[in-house]
Design a protein around this ligand. Structure first.
Ligand SMILES: Nc1ncnc2c1ncn2[C@@H]1O[C@H](COP(=O)(O)OP(=O)(O)O)[C@@H](O)[C@H]1O
Ligand SMILES: [Mg+2]
Length: 242
C-alpha cells in the first residue's frame, strides 16, 4: 500500500509530478492556498518556530476560517486533477465523519525574536485518533483524498500538519511506502541526498529547517512505526529513507 502526501505547493504543478501520482490514500497540505486566501482577504499570515525548532502556521480563530477555505480549495483542485487522470478520487476532510480527532494545543511554546513566549489562541491540533474504518469504507467506493483538518474536542475544525497526518495514516495502515511529493528532495550542501538510513535521520535534521525538518521527523516516526520506506520526491530528485 502506498500513501501519498501532496504538498500544497505541488498541487498547482501536478502535471510535473504525474508519474508519481499513483496512490491508495492521498493526504495533502494547503499552505499556498491558505496564504493566497489570506492575501485576498487582507489577513496577515504568521509562522512561528516552536521551541523544538519546528516551523508552523499560527492559526488564531480569525485565521482558522481562511485555513478551512484554503485547505478545501486545495482539496477540490486535487480531486479534480485526479479525476482527469482516471483516479476516482473522493475528497474528504478530517472533520467529516469525525475521521481525524485532535486536541487543540492550548499552549504553544515558541521562540520569537530569540525570546521564548507562549501562544494560547492557536487552533492547531495534536492528532489523537484516526478512524481507519472510515478510510477503509471510503476505499470501497473510491480513492480517499484527505484534507489536513481535524475535528477538535470542542467541536471546531483544527489545523493539523499534513506531513504529520500522512505519517500517522501510513503507520496505521502499516503501509509499504509513504511518498511525500514536495518542491524538493532532501538537500545537503545543495545536493540531493539519495538515501538516508533511519538511524541517521537525526544527523540530517541538523541540515534542514522549516517544513523539511518536520518532514524528516515524520519520516523517522513512520519507519519506526512499521512503514516500509519513506520517499521525499521533488522535481530535483528523490530521497529514500528506510
Ligand atoms: N535540507 C533541505 N533540503 C530541502 N529543502 C529544505 C531543506 N531545509 C529546508 N528546506 C525547505 O523545506 C521546504 C519543503 O517543506 P514544505 O515547504 O513544508 O513542503 P511541503 O508543502 O511538501 O510540506 C523546501 O521548499 C525548503 O524551503
Ligand atoms: Mg510542509
Amino acid at each position: 500500500m502506498r500513501i501519498v502526501k501532496i504538498g500544497g505547493g505541488v498541487i498547482p504543478h501536478l502535471d510535473a509530478f504525474r508519474e508519481y501520482l499513483k496512490g491508495d490514500i492521498y493526504i495533502h497540505g494547503a499552505s499556498d492556498y491558505v496564504d493566497e486566501i489570506c492575501r485576498r482577504a487582507g489577513v496577515e499570515v504568521k509562522r512561528f518556530r516552536s521551541v523544538s525548532g519546528i516551523e508552523f502556521r499560527y492559526t488564531p480563530r480569525e485565521v482558522l476560517e481562511y485555513y478551512v477555505m484554503g485547505v478545501m480549495w486545495a482539496n477540490k483542485e486535487l480531486v479534480s486533477y485526479l479525476h482527469r487522470i482516471g483516479i476516482n478520487a473522493i475528497g474528504i476532510s478530517g472533520v467529516d465523519l469525525a475521521l481525524i480527532k485532535a486536541k487543540r494545543k492550548r499552549i504553544v511554546k515558541i521562540v520569537d525574536g530569540g525570546k521564548k513566549r507562549v501562544l494560547r489562541d492557536d487552533h492547531s491540533g495534536k492528532i489523537e485518533e484516526i478512524d481507519k474504518g472510515v478510510i477503509k469504507a471510503l476505499m470501497e467506493i473510491g480513492v480517499p483524498v484527505i484534507a489536513s483538518l481535524a475535528l477538535g474536542e470542542e467541536y471546531v475544525p483544527l489545523n493539523v500538519d499534513g506531513d504529520t497526518l500522512a505519517s500517522k495514516i501510513a503507520a496505521a495502515f502499516h503501509a509499504d511506502e509513504l511518498l511525500f511529493l514536495s518542491d524538493s528532495a532532501f538537500l545537503k550542501e545543495g545536493s540531493v541526498v539519495p538515501e538516508i538510513p533511519v538511524e541517521k535521520v537525526e544527523e540530517y535534521i541538523e541540515h534542514s529547517s522549516g517544513g523539511m525538518r518536520r518532514k524528516l521527523k515524520m519520516a523517522e516516526e513512520a519507519i519506526r512505526s512499521g512503514v516500509g520506506r519513506v520517499i521525499i520526491q521533488g522535481l530535483n530528485g528523490r530521497t529514500v529513507i528506510r
